[in-house]
Design a protein around this ligand. Sequence first.
Ligand SMILES: *[C@@H]1O[C@H](CO)[C@@H](O)[C@H](O)[C@H]1NC(C)=O
Ligand SMILES: *[C@@H]1O[C@H](CO)[C@@H](O)[C@H](O)[C@H]1NC(C)=O
Ligand SMILES: *[C@@H]1O[C@H](CO)[C@@H](O)[C@H](O)[C@H]1NC(C)=O
Ligand SMILES: *[C@@H]1O[C@H](CO)[C@@H](O)[C@H](O)[C@H]1NC(C)=O
Ligand SMILES: *[C@@H]1O[C@H](CO)[C@@H](O)[C@H](O)[C@H]1NC(C)=O
Length: 435
Amino acid sequence: MATSIVSIVIFSLFIFSSSSNAKSSRKPEAFTFPIKKDDSTNQYYTNIQIGSNSTKFSVVIDLGGKLLYFNSINYSTASYRPVLCGTPQCSISSGGGCMFCVFSPPDTPCTNNTCTDYALNPFSGTRGCSPLGQDSLLVRYARGAHRYYTTVDNFPFQFSDPVLREGLAGPAAGLIGLGRTRISLPAQIASAFGVRQRFALCLPPAGGDGNLIVGETTYSNPLEGISKSSLFTTPLIRNRVSTFGNEVIGNLTHEYFIDVKSVRVGSKTLSLNKTLLSINKKDGSGGTSIRTVRAYTGLHRSIYMALIDEFVKAAASQNIKRVASVAPFGACFGSKTVTSSKTGPQVPTIDFVLHKKSVYWRFYGANSMVRVSDEVICLAFVEGATNLVGPTTSIEVGGYQMENYLLEFDVASSKLGFSSSLLLHDTSCSKFGAS
Ligand SMILES: *[C@@H]1O[C@H](CO)[C@@H](O)[C@H](O)[C@H]1NC(C)=O
Ligand SMILES: *[C@@H]1O[C@H](CO)[C@@H](O)[C@H](O)[C@H]1NC(C)=O
Ligand SMILES: *[C@@H]1O[C@H](CO)[C@@H](O)[C@H](O)[C@H]1NC(C)=O
Ligand SMILES: *[C@@H]1O[C@H](CO)[C@@H](O)[C@H](O)[C@H]1NC(C)=O
Ligand SMILES: *[C@@H]1O[C@H](CO)[C@@H](O)[C@H](O)[C@H]1NC(C)=O
């Protein structure tokens, strides 16, 4: 036994070292960005390498975000170039207008006639309008045990006002957007390499590893098998009205919306105001978005109350003892009265039923309950806040509910593929990679 493990290790080291400097003959088709969760802010971040000496930064992942922005003294500006007005790179931004020399990375001469864009910090709500620049982004792709690097030349981003870093996870210098814009990471990779605009996201819990894979590839097993045989598919829908006001051109949100038609606890369907579940075509309010920049799923007050009522009832019928609530959560339970299983605490399931009854996103205890102390676990859903700068979305699916699910965003055909909890399949996002 011991000898065979040793020989496997030696064999894989051999493959790795013999190929690490090789060039792949096939065109790269998918790029991997490792994901970690920051424990204190509940934000998910990845690393990027940009510029002439490939400076490494952590950037927070914003699924619905527009573009890449960062601010760091470590950024070497030797290969930075401003995006000038009237260029193709400028025309794909949503345009904050042309700017005279006001603000640019340290040590770069200011330029007139520079294209600007708005960037949003989704935690503080701060927006900044600054010039856009471009530089080469180093990206990693894999073929089995082989890893290769290549660059996206002229990758557009904003060297932002430092105020846009406030509220970001400690190690992060900025934020990277995966939203439905032409300037986002998936859109830029699709156009640079001529690949389909799609990406797969597998968010890890704190302490774990996950990956974002942009482009098309086969995954390593068992995730490849799960992706091929057991994904649910639902349309990605578009809110015609921006949830963050003030978009000059485009006037569509960058966020990904899905069509949640009803919510179930166990087999019981909650009685909800259906108007809240659909997007109001005139003002953009209502509907369900998916947001990695929300720690827990936020629900319109009436949906939240209905969920808590039904969940508490269903839990009581399993002899789970309710205890005093711990803010921001509205229903907490004695953890000693809950048994555990491979999908986490054994509590009533919660389903978001989508465009068809047979398509639903089911949350088990690992995604519906959060431990707040040794004795107490709470229902990991919160009352959603009112959006002060645009229409309020009724359901914002948060990061905790996405952890250890495989989510495939096929932007090109506006479809979301999602697995059931990977824990049910005895695996997790730490096993997610390209093969
Ligand atoms: C980064 O690039 C700048 C300019 O080309 C150079 O002065 C600096 O030494 C480089 N830093 C590293 C760590 O390579
Ligand atoms: C700059 O680089 C140093 C050394 O790698 C690192 O400790 C520091 O956190 C970085 N600062 C920023 C703002 O990224
Ligand atoms: C920018 O334009 C202004 C007004 O036309 C001009 O005075 C200034 O010299 C220009 N600055 C640069 C860096 O070209
Ligand atoms: C954005 O869309 C709304 C609703 O369709 C419309 O009333 C508004 O005029 C649009 N704004 C812009 C700037 O196009
Ligand atoms: C349902 O929600 C809509 C949108 O908030 C609201 O206008 C309407 O009054 C609600 N209906 C009921 C019966 O509460």
